[in-house]
Ligand binder design. Structure first.
Ligand code: FES
Ligand SMILES: [Fe+2]
Length: 395
């Protein structure tokens, strides 16, 4: 990991962590500076559990998926038992990139340079001709000392999370507050009841905006009447409330989500969901880069894949209950759900790109917050500023 902390000119982080009435947002540089993008990889996203990819992107045992994580080449594998592992996509010999494109049916990972071969769990198995022609071992060389470098990972709600720091918190501690919050809706079986729809579940949008703008835009419902008039008609602003679920998550909830009535959808529902709260829905930004939505009959996860300071790929996967994900019987309902979210996230593009564009202006000073409507966004800014402060501390 690079430690760029000494190169970062001062940003007034205290102004960001002030109480909301007297605080400013993160300054424009935090959205435009490539050096800060790298700093965030190492000191913000890299210090906690970040969303990397969907497990469904590795459909088979033996699937391989290379992913560029903010400039770091990573490799996700699904082994013969179906377990997912994440490694640095770097050969232990001379540092060749191991896998350039997604594959299925792989028995392992063969380096294209000198053909060293690793199994799907990253164990180095064969090193052809390492000891001279026809000699596949070498004195003093141990395969066991040269396995692929692994990255901690955990799959939850179909999202493969990674933690680049070796000493960060356990995933259970990271996700615990959210699971607790949603148990009254989902029941104790939680997200294990959900199945991603392979046919119509995935939406991918590239936005010319920093990843943080997508998070803070998702946190708040303030923009609903102007940016999402359709959504506002079946989930109106005045029926929304703010959520600060824990240090690392904030968002908003709706007491009147009625797509099923407006669009006539009919899908299997969570069995334990309270009958008097069928219109209840929650939208939570799980910092750093996963956006979650929960309704009685479907849930979704959006992974924000930061590509550059001013470019992000948003990947959305929608999941359903029971046979709701695949059965033809629910096709029309799934179409309506997908269309509704496609429209909402499509409508947000101009907002995040418009903010990105203005982040280069000397007229932007971090901005201010509505002391009521922007509470969830302010919470996110404070979390980011705290990570910046910790990253700047001398080692
Ligand atoms: S660099 Fe991979 S085998 Fe040589
Ligand atoms: Fe929006």
């Amino acid at each position: 990991m690079n430690d760029l902390s000494t190169q970062i000119p001062a940003i007034d982080l205290d102004a960001v962590t002030n109480p909301i009435a007297s605080s400013r947002g993160m300054p424009g540089r935090a959205y435009t500076d490539p050096q800060l993008f790298e700093f965030e990889r190492d000191q913000v996203l890299g210090k906690t559990w970040a969303g990397l990819a969907f497990a469904s992107e590795l459909p088979l045992n033996g699937s391989l998926l290379p992913v560029d994580f903010m400039g770091l080449p990573l490799l996700v594998t699904r082994d013969q038992q179906g377990e997912i592992n994440v490694f640095h996509n770097v050969c232990r010999h001379r540092g060749m990139t191991l896998v350039a494109a997604a594959q299925d049916h792989a028995r392992g990972v063969r380096c294209p340079y000198h053909s060293w071969f690793y199994d799907l769990n990253g164990n180095l198995k064969t090193t052809p001709h390492i000891g001279g022609h026809g000699t596949h071992t070498a004195d003093g060389f141990s395969c066991a000392d040269n396995n692929l470098k692994s990255v901690r990972s955990h799959t939850w709600m179909g999202v493969i999370f990674i933690n680049l720091s070796a000493d960060g918190e356990d995933f259970a501690d990271f996700i615990g507050p959210l699971e607790q919050r949603w148990t009254p809706f989902m029941g104790s079986a939680g997200v294990s009841q959900l199945t991603p729809s392979s046919a119509q579940g995935a939406i991918e949008i590239e936005v010319a905006a920093n990843w943080k703008l997508a998070v803070e835009n998702y946190c708040e419902a303030y923009h609903l009447p102007w940016v999402h008039p359709a959504l506002n008609s079946y989930s109106p602003l005045d029926k929304h409330y703010n959520i600060i679920a824990a240090d690392n998550m904030s968002g908003q909830g709706s007491l009147a989500y009625t797509l099923c009535e407006v669009a006539g959808t009919e899908l299997p529902q969570f069995g334990d969901w309270p009958q008097e709260q069928l219109r209840h829905a929650e939208y939570i930004s799980l910092y750093p880069n996963v956006l979650l939505g929960l309704q009685v009959d479907h849930a979704f996860a959006m992974i924000l894949q930061p590509v550059a300071a001013d470019k992000t790929i948003e990947k959305l996967q929608i999941s359903y209950l029971d046979d709701g994900a695949e059965s033809n019987h629910y096709q029309v309902s799934r179409d309506a759900v997908v269309d509704s979210w496609q429209q909402v996230f499509g409508e947000d593009i101009f907002a995040v790109e418009g903010m990105q564009n203005a982040r280069r202006s000397p007229g932007f000073d971090g901005g201010v917050f509505s002391p009521v409507q922007d509470i969830p966004s302010h919470h996110f800014h404070g979390w980011v500023a705290d990570r910046y402060k910790q990253g700047q501390q001398p080692v």
